[in-house]
Design a protein around this ligand. Structure first.
Ligand code: ADP
Ligand code: NI
Length: 197
């Protein structure tokens, strides 16, 4: 079922350049698997939730996001029982940062949420953020502070807050390194913008 879920996600995300691509899904899958091992979480639940976590994202698929229709249809079609489907869709509905539904109650949900949030941080998180801004035609930075949609603002709205929201010890440690990297990146960014270095 894991391999089929991987193929399913690959088909859905082919061609997406908004930061919700198949590579993101696979990084979340690998990190969630690592966290599941270190935390002793149920590996299959974690892996399926990671692979399916963005297939009904409200930005990509607004017509299916409410009921996780694509994920449910996939799981049902591949023989998952209703209890397992419920556990997985509960995890998916809780991990979004923008939906802000708080920390997942299960260890499995915590691993997937941490993996998804780690992928919004560090060098990869920076790259995804500018890729997203570019896909929306946004300015990178507005030194006069008049453009609330300048991409740099997203660091203050979200990326620099993520460190505090990690659930597992391993993710917290990785998040600290990634947070430090982003802060030093911002210093360098502003210094270059001013022509100081
Ligand atoms: P979630 O799935 O947790 O709700 P989003 O879908 O809002 O998260 O964001 C996924 C990724 O897209 C972010 O980590 C970021 O890299 C990028 N992104 C989202 N919103 C913005 C924005 N306003 N400006 C720049 N990048 C953004
Ligand atoms: Ni995601």
């Amino acid at each position: 079922m894991i391999e089929k879920a991987m193929e399913f996600a690959r088909e859905i995300f082919s061609g997406d350049a908004s930061g919700h691509d198949f590579d993101h899904t696979m990084r979340v899958y690998r990190m969630a698997t690592r966290l599941a091992k270190e935390e002793g979480a149920d590996q299959e639940i974690v892996q399926l939730a990671a692979l399916l976590h963005d297939v009904d994202d409200h930005k990509l698929s607004p017509e299916t996001c409410e009921n996780h229709l694509r994920a449910v249809t996939f799981l049902r079609g591949n023989g998952a029982d209703e209890v397992k489907i419920r556990i997985i869709t509960d995890i998916i509905s809780r991990i979004s940062f923008s939906a802000n539904r708080g920390a997942p109650s299960t260890l499995e949900g915590k691993c997937v949420q941490d993996a998804d949030r780690l992928d919004a941080m560090g060098a990869i998180g920076i790259a995804r953020t500018f890729a997203y801004g570019g896909s929306r035609g946004r300015r990178m930075h507005d030194p006069d502070g008049n453009d609330p949609n300048a991409t740099i603002q997203h660091f203050y709205d979200k990326l620099l807050l993520l460190k505090e929201s990690m659930n597992t010890a391993t993710a917290r440690r990785l998040a600290e390194d990634r947070d430090r990297f982003m802060r030093s990146y911002l210093e360098q960014f502003y210094a270059e913008w001013e022509g100081i270095c």
